[in-house]
Design a protein around this ligand. Sequence first.
Ligand SMILES: Cc1cc2nc3c(=O)[nH]c(=O)nc-3n(C[C@H](O)[C@H](O)[C@H](O)COP(=O)(O)OP(=O)(O)OC[C@H]3O[C@@H](n4cnc5c(N)ncnc54)[C@H](O)[C@@H]3O)c2cc1C
Length: 290
Amino acid sequence: MKEFNFYSPGTLEELIAVLDDTGGRLVAGGTDLIPRMRRGLVSSDHLIDVGRISDLHFIREQYGQIVIGALTTHQELVDSTLLQVTLPSLVQAAATVGCCQTRCRGTLGGNIANASPAADTIPPLLTAGASVHLAHCCGERTIALDEFLVGPGITSLKRGEFIHSISYSILSGSWGTAFQKLGLRSGMAISVANAAALIVLDAGGKIAAARLALGSVAPTVVVSASAEAVLLGQDPTPELMRSAAQACLTDIDPISDVRATKDYRKHAATVLARRVLETSVVQARRRKSV
Ligand SMILES: Cc1cc2nc3c(=O)[nH]c(=O)nc-3n(C[C@H](O)[C@H](O)[C@H](O)COP(=O)(O)OP(=O)(O)OC[C@H]3O[C@@H](n4cnc5c(N)ncnc54)[C@H](O)[C@@H]3O)c2cc1C
């Protein structure tokens, strides 16, 4: 591995100063970055470890929103009652990330900043309309997660900026969410395809809001506008779920690689889409009857 200067700021102020000074690369859990550095895929003269900054490490409810600090690990997402109650699909997704060691070190901020089309936490957050809160020496800015993700491994982070936190609005009424992932093994597997859905039913049981996000089937995780158009205002019948799942094919453009062929990914996406939509409807109906 190429030599680098190592920094370990203990506060946000120190992080902002060293980042502004060096333009270095952040390391959080290191589960993505360090293997990539070892393989010579990325290098940096300055590595900034953010692990000691407690102000980036929290999950809280604030003005009708859930706000998650960038340093929150996948295991902490899994263990959070606040998340289990407000966005179960995110908990389901975090529970599938790698193995116990990966989940205990890997962070939400790292998963998002890495901008992999296969990142498991991104689909549920996209269905929830999440925002990313960025900080830098001159202030802060907030950007919608779908705008933050530009391409495979590419985000709209500017020099000197870092992810401070991620937030989403708490849902009310009859809503349901679900996440499913297909890998080559049942554990420790990068997604061949993944899918998350969010469904809100109105008082009459029709679909008032619908979001379907699919991973590993395009250069970035994709929100299917075509599926949403099929679902909105309709009765959530099994036939409708099948039509919506087929409609998502318009919005995806998978590649063939070592994990799967393009055609297999297309098929997997429609199966996962139907399953997460159906599960979300069941959850939404359950909340309605409570
Ligand atoms: C064995 C193994 C299995 C894995 N399985 C999965 C899986 O099933 N699903 C999945 O989605 N991922 C998986 N991963 C990938 C990885 O664990 C996750 O993406 C993890 O969330 C990365 O977080 P991290 O804190 O380790 O990031 P790091 O490796 O520390 O950083 C990753 C990138 O994000 C940047 N970064 C980190 N924090 C910030 C911040 N706050 N602001 C700005 N930039 C930041 C870094 O500079 C770097 O470019 C796996 C990795 C391994 C090694």
